[in-house]
Design a protein around this ligand. Sequence first.
Ligand SMILES: C[S@@+](CC[C@H](N)C(=O)[O-])C[C@H]1O[C@@H](n2cnc3c(N)ncnc32)[C@H](O)[C@@H]1O
Length: 281
Amino acid sequence: MELGQPSRTALGAAAHRAVHQVLENGRIFADPLALRILGQDIEAAVRDAENDPSRRRLRLFVAVRTRFAEDALTAAVARGARQLVVLGAGLDTYAYRTTLGENLLIFEVDHPATQAWKQQRLAEAGISVPHTLTFAPVDFERETLRDGLTTAGFDPAQQTFFTWLGVVPYLTERAVFSTLGFVVSLPGGAHVVFDYSNPPASGPVRGDHATAREALAVRVASVGEAFRSHFETGALHAKLTDLGFCEVEDIGPALIRERYFANRGSSLPDAGGHIVRATTV
Ligand SMILES: C[S@@+](CC[C@H](N)C(=O)[O-])C[C@H]1O[C@@H](n2cnc3c(N)ncnc32)[C@H](O)[C@@H]1O
């Protein structure tokens, strides 16, 4: 990220969710606050999306990962999760529309510059902050998540669900595994959902997919948020198991198509990303 500046990719992800409400009627992921939190000209965002159809892949992947995470969260709450930590929250709106109230304490963890910008956006959009939400500013590359959450009043003895969407690719491997090590160490038990992509050279990637992926890598690097980590699926699963996760679910392009785009013909989106749910309980 650019020094002292909020994340530009957080704005990009929020724009994808907002445009998804308009162009696909929120078919994969319905978010009644997506347009309000964006705080930008939605018509311009929709025009940009229509003028560049290659954005559809990423937009639908962002919709799928958010839907997958929220469905997994609902299931985890039914299994006893009482805290939610939104890691690298960006303009995520879950905390402002959940109906779980007192049954779920929420911690939004993000880079201090992004978090300050989000709080300003919330105020400008007239979106109220529930008393069950605590903001915890943390730079994952410089501070530990443990320290940031302890300061925020997080209870490690409570079963906790972590969402970590659109963040892992921007971190070093060291920072990624340090965070996962913390998640796995929690005595109350934990669940985590995150997304990642395979290294560019591996796997049978189609030509247009590879080109779109390279273009995205150039775009994010140009705003100071270069991709820093990719993972081979098998090696990542082995590492998660070694760390102590007892259940690992991974949906890659084929499963995402099957689960969310069945009967949609040959123009199925393939952003090349994977979404993982791992749990210790
Ligand atoms: C692509 S955005 C994703 C935001 C949100 N999770 C979503 O899906 O819309 C990446 C997020 O990672 C955060 N991030 C990137 N590097 C970080 C770091 N070193 N420490 C804390 N947060 C970081 C950014 O502030 C931003 O909110």
